[in-house]
Each structure stands twice: as structure tokens, then as C-alpha cells.
Design a protein around this ligand. Structure first.
Ligand code: OFO
Length: 168
């Protein structure tokens, strides 16, 4: 049975994913405004992935015969102190999303909602990768420090990231 409680919690997660998309789109435009096109590209790919996450939750709610309720999306910040600051905020946000996934899984377990638990597993795995990517870039930005050359080289590398839509 798909309970109202689970339905409401998943609707809230649709909103969390749209906020994530908004946050990364805002970061992408900020990176672009300071001339770091590669960082802007990386964040644009992140934005697209988050839109996909939101729609995965949306479609799942529909597939269980639930109700979609679209909630207001919070306004994200529009400026950061440095690339390092932006990536530290990204990691913090992803840690929050990991907590959301864990809470959703706890609720699904409590409600004995096995299909939802199964659905959430993809996101639980995805969060490990998301946090790892952010930690990796933070570590490199810390090593680079104030070196403009280092930032330029990382920018060129991040320009290579390509969005690959999920096929399932
Ligand atoms: Fe950044 O991850 Fe969505 O869920």
C-alpha cells in the first residue's frame, strides 16, 4: 500500500531535488559571470542531473497512484566568496540530501513499503558518488590555493564533463 505519509514525504523530495537544480543553476551562472566557463559547465551538468532526479520522484509517485503536489521552490543564493566556498556549500547541500534519502528509507521501512525502499536504493548509491565528486574537487581546490594557473587548469578539466541522460 502507498500511504499518504509516504506520498507527502516523496512530494517534499521532488521539491528538494528542484531546489538542488536551482542551486546548481545559480552556481553555474555565478561561475560563468567570473569567467570560469568549465566550472559553469560542471554545474550546468549537475543542474540537469537534479532535474532528472526530481522527475524520477515525480514519475514514481504517479506510478504508485499517488498525488503530485508541487511546493514553492526556495530562492538559492546567487554569489559565493570563491570556487572553494561554492564547492564546500555543494558538499554541505549533498550531505543534507543524503540525510533526506536516509530519512525516506527509514520511513519506507517503518511503513513496510518495499517498492519505495527499492526505488530509493538508486538514490542512496548516487549520493555516495555525489559526495565523493564534491570532496575530490574541494581537495584539489585546497591544493591549488591562490594559483591562477591551477584554477585555469581545473577549469579546463571541468569543461569536459558531459551530461548523460539516464536510460531507464
Ligand atoms: Fe545531488 O542529488 Fe539529487 O538526489
Amino acid at each position: 500500500m502507498f500511504s499518504k505519509k509516504m506520498n507527502d514525504a516523496l512530494n517534499k523530495q521532488v521539491n528538494e531535488e528542484f531546489f538542488s537544480a536551482y542551486l546548481y543553476l545559480s552556481m553555474s551562472s555565478w561561475f560563468d559571470s567570473i569567467g570560469l566557463k568549465g566550472f559553469a559547465n560542471w554545474m550546468m551538468v549537475q543542474f540537469k542531473e537534479e532535474m532528472e532526479h526530481a522527475m524520477k520522484f515525480y514519475s514514481y509517485i504517479q506510478s504508485r497512484g499517488g498525488d503530485i503536489k508541487l511546493l514553492a521552490i526556495e530562492e538559492p543564493p546567487s554569489k559565493w566568496d570563491s570556487p572553494l566556498h561554492a564547492f564546500k556549500e555543494t558538499l554541505k547541500h549533498e550531505q543534507h540530501i543524503t540525510q533526506c534519502m536516509n530519512d525516506l528509507a527509514d520511513l519506507a521501512e517503518e511503513l513496510k513499503d518495499r517498492p519505495t525502499l527499492n526505488f530509493l536504493q538508486w538514490f542512496i548509491d548516487e549520493q555516495v558518488e555525489e559526495e565523493e565528486n564534491d570532496r575530490d574537487i574541494i581537495q584539489r581546490l585546497e591544493l591549488i590555493g591562490e594559483s591562477k594557473n591551477g584554477i585555469f587548469m581545473l577549469d579546463r578539466e571541468l569543461a569536459q564533463r558531459v551530461y548523460t541522460p539516464e536510460t531507464d
